[in-house]
Design a protein around this ligand. Structure first.
Ligand SMILES: NC(=O)C1=CN([C@@H]2O[C@H](COP(=O)(O)OP(=O)(O)OC[C@H]3O[C@@H](n4cnc5c(N)ncnc54)[C@H](O)[C@@H]3O)[C@@H](O)[C@H]2O)C=CC1
Ligand SMILES: O=C(O)[C@H]1O[C@H](OP(=O)(O)OP(=O)(O)OC[C@H]2O[C@@H](n3ccc(=O)[nH]c3=O)[C@H](O)[C@@H]2O)[C@H](O)[C@@H](O)[C@@H]1O
Length: 433
């Protein structure tokens, strides 16, 4: 494999992981961001996001002279053979992806791109964006490529270095092959295709995952009403290889910086070609409903009225392993509880306050002190080993709502807590050895 000169624009979850990992594969990488403070911290080897292994790669890459950080996209690309755009594409007006960062960087760099280089869109972008980037670049000699990213937050480095697959799409096969070659060392299945298909893969994959979760959450509701146990149901389903065990855990709804915005964006993409994508619309609606169901469980646990009631919240991040609060279902549930007048104290091992309307404390026992109900909203492993006897002593009521079926139910019962989960009927179940 030949080491290449690579530029990465945007040093967030995707850009920083891409830059640091490509440097670890032997490429020479210059990463750019417009946030001068972030760049200064990265130069000093300080990574602000919680991603195991990333800090080490950032330090090692710089020490080896293969990784550099600069302010401003133009300062990164002058010498690059391949330029990755890892820019935000947040939910814009009406739910469509806001492409302003991608478009403005394409315009910003077009005059300084070296002859014959390739510009790669790693951001999640609607079908047609590579073509749009190519048009904005106004450069016959520069090819545009789509290379969607599938990493998850909290396991970004591992996912990047051990991907299930690499997708590269371009209307220029040579350009696609040049980009694919950068990842050759990973030995992952690599699928080459046209740009439109590659852009579509990303939305189709994320929305499928969201749909799977909304389905599971809906099955969980039925289980509660019919006296079945969703954990057993999912285990039984998941052994079918066509279904699989992963992404089958019910919870307070799915969230994070991507699934919510990408489902809305796909609905808009469909509308742009005259299709009413009701399946994804229902997926989104079911997710809102799931959050409301968890709020309802807390309301029920305290006798139907949340105003003035003290509630302890365990977990605010959108999932365990990250401190990211963007579109967190945990935060959405907590905010709804506040809106209904609850007096909220919250603890998350990786989140510090202040957050509007609630007290964010740095100790789980402080969060539950005096609470009439405790609700677990994020599946942090550390919550499983809390001292439930102590918690039973500290709380005012004994209700605990485990919105992720994450805790050891027996330990809660032994502590004298009244437990309710998701998708589990409040019935005595037979014990199998
Ligand atoms: N977060 C994730 O797990 C994944 C995100 N994606 C997609 O990747 C894209 C980026 O997402 P994240 O890395 O999460 O975003 P992020 O918000 O963490 O990072 C974006 C970075 O771009 C910088 N930036 C913004 N405008 C700039 C400009 N004009 N010039 C230079 N830098 C600029 C920001 O300062 C920030 O550091 C999005 O399209 C997202 O949908 C795809 C897969 C996974
Ligand atoms: O495009 C993206 O940004 C990324 O979006 C997701 O990754 P991520 O947002 O990091 O989070 P996930 O691990 O997918 O979890 C999403 C949400 O679903 C929830 N979830 C996940 C799995 C499960 O079984 N149950 C469940 O409720 C999580 O708690 C979380 O709220 C996808 O998994 C990545 O492949 C994709 O690259």
């Amino acid at each position: 494999m030949f080491a290449r000169r690579v530029a990465v624009v945007g040093t967030g979850y995707v850009g920083l992981t891409t830059g640091a990992c490509l440097a670890s594969l032997g490429h020479r990488v210059v990463c750019a961001d417009l946030d001068a403070l972030k760049v200064a911290r990265l130069k000093a080897g300080q990574v602000d996001i919680l991603e195991p292994g990333l800090n080490e790669l950032v330090v090692e890459g710089q020490a080896a002279g293969r990784l550099e950080f600069v302010v401003g996209a133009r300062n990164a690309v002058a010498d690059a053979e391949v330029v990755f755009l890892c820019l935000p594409t947040p939910m814009g007006a009406g739910g469509a992806a806001d492409l302003s960062a991608v478009e403005s960087v394409a315009e910003e760099i077009r005059e300084v791109l070296p002859y014959g280089c390739v510009v790669v869109c790693k951001s999640t972008v609607p079908v047609g964006t590579s073509e749009r980037v190519k048009a904005l670049l106004q450069r016959e000699d520069v090819a545009a490529v789509s290379n969607p990213e599938f990493l998850r937050e909290g396991t970004a480095v591992r996912d990047f270095l051990h991907p299930d697959r690499i997708v590269v799409g371009s209307d220029s096969p040579q350009a696609a092959e040049r980009v694919a070659a950068l990842f050759a060392k990973l030995g992952a299945p690599t699928v080459l295709m046209d740009a439109a298909s590659s852009e579509m893969v990303k939305y189709a994959a994320n929305c499928f995952l969201a749909m799977k979760l909304s389905y599971v959450n809906a099955v969980a509701e039925l289980c509660e009403l019919l006296g079945a146990d969703v954990t057993s149901v999912c285990e039984g389903m998941g052994y079918d290889k066509r279904i699989g065990q992963s992404f089958l855990k019910p919870g307070p709804g799915w969230g994070g910086s991507c699934l919510p915005k990408d489902t809305h964006a796909l609905v808009q993409i469909a509308e742009s070609v005259g299709v009413d994508f009701t399946l994804i619309k229902s997926t989104i609606e079911a997710n809102v409903r799931q959050q409301q169901r968890i709020v309802g469980k807390v309301r029920d646990a305290v006798g139907g009225e949340l105003a003035g009631v003290r509630v302890g919240v365990l977990g605010l991040a959108f999932k365990a392993g990250t401190n990211d609060l963007r579109d967190s279902p945990a935060l959405a549930v907590a905010e709804q509880l506040v809106l209904e007048g609850a007096d909220l104290s919250a603890y998350d091992p990786e989140v510090t306050g202040p957050l509007a309307g609630m007290l964010v404390v740095d100790d789980p026992y402080q969060a539950v002190k005096g609470a009439e109900a405790v609700v677990v909203l994020t599946d942090w492993p550390v919550f499983r080993t809390l001292d439930w006897v102590r918690i039973a002593d500290l709380t005012d009521g004994h209700a605990i709502i485990d919105s992720r079926n994450h805790l050891d139910e027996d330990a809660l019962v032994r502590a004298g807590l009244v437990h309710s989960g998701v998708g589990r009927a409040p019935l005595a179940r037979p014990q199998f050895s």
